[in-house]
Design a protein around this ligand. Structure first.
Ligand SMILES: Nc1ncnc2c1ncn2[C@@H]1O[C@H](COP(=O)(O)OP(=O)(O)OP(=O)(O)O)[C@@H](O)[C@H]1O
Ligand SMILES: [Mg+2]
Length: 275
């Protein structure tokens, strides 16, 4: 039996009772092997988080607090030492086998010997989709991320921002209901990053995907998210949850609103208080 896929009452954190849940983590902990033989390095402790379907959630916290570890646990690329993780009401392993999520890793790699189109079509190829159908679908995805003009280029011919867009197109190729993104825009300049933030929000709205987004940028987290999860280190835990009550859809003018700056201050103070 799987747990019921709705928020219990009282709701975990700030979700409305009855919301359909995309992700449930209950009391999750995780450790890595330490440098001494037999020693364990605690990476996460007591992580409980409920994310409603269609939410955009950001994870922020200092380097080493366990953001990547948490994302990899949700993706079933790591196993928790304790606790349960459900995606769409199913164990993370089942969700991985069903390809219910797309994953954008912290250091994304496109395959250098494949064209951009062939890279984006790769998940479809693995699913044995015919060449004509996958090329059509990959072409549509490249249009969605503004890369229609470079479909026959190779990754090395693209800028960092363009490569990142191709990785996002590949991650959504199988129309996952959940998108897990680990600092996807971390290496980009501010203007490119703001532009891609807008494109990502368009994709989010069009596809109604649930997004879990790791970032070091407090302003990026506030701009994009419904809620910001603040994590603290040693071991990694959730030290704050900030509801972002800025109007939707977010636009460039959102970045000028007094409430935007207040929320940035709130996230920063929560981070400081828990460091
Ligand atoms: N494969 C590993 N083996 C041992 N320890 C690890 C491993 N991966 C991560 N760690 C440790 O677990 C902790 C959390 O690492 P994690 O990569 O999840 O942090 P992070 O919040 O993503 O950091 P960053 O913001 O720098 O990407 C760190 O102390 C790190 O050293
Ligand atoms: Mg990381």
């Amino acid at each position: 039996m799987y747990l019921k896929n709705t928020v219990p009452t009282p709701a975990l954190h700030t979700l409305a009772p009855g919301s359909e849940l995309a992700i449930q983590a209950e009391n999750v902990s995780m450790h890595y092997p330490g440098s001494q033989k037999g020693a364990l390095l605690p990476a996460l402790a007591g992580i409980s988080l409920a994310i409603a379907a269609g939410e955009f959630i950001s994870l922020v916290g200092p380097s080493g607090c366990g953001k990547t570890t948490l994302l990899r646990l949700l993706a079933d690329l790591l196993q928790p030492a304790a606790g349960t993780i459900l995606l769409n009401g199913r164990p993370a392993r089942q969700a991985r086998l069903n390809r219910e999520y797309g994953f954008v890793p912290q250091s994304p790699a496109l395959q250098g010997w494949r064209t951009v189109l062939e890279n984006v079509a790769l998940p479809l190829e693995l699913m044995k989709v015919s060449r004509a159908v996958r090329e059509e679908r990959a072409g549509e995805l490249l249009g969605l991320v503004g890369l229609a003009g470079v479909r026959q280029s190779y990754p090395a011919q693209l800028s960092g921002g363009m490569q990142q867009r191709a990785v996002i197109a590949r991650a959504i190729a199988l129309k996952p209901s959940i998108l897990l993104m680990d600092e996807p825009f971390g290496a980009l300049d501010e203007i490119t990053r703001e532009h891609l933030n807008g494109e990502l929000l368009n994709i989010w709205r069009e596809t109604r995907t649930t997004i879990v987004f790791v970032t070091h940028s407090i302003s990026e987290a506030v701009f994009l998210s419904n809620r910001v999860v603040v994590m603290s280190p040693r071991p990694g835990r959730i030290s704050g949850l900030i509801q972002v009550d800025l109007p939707q859809p977010r636009r460039n003018e959102t970045r000028e609103m007094p409430r935007y700056f207040e929320l940035i201050r709130e996230v920063r103070e929560t981070l400081r208080a828990s460091a």
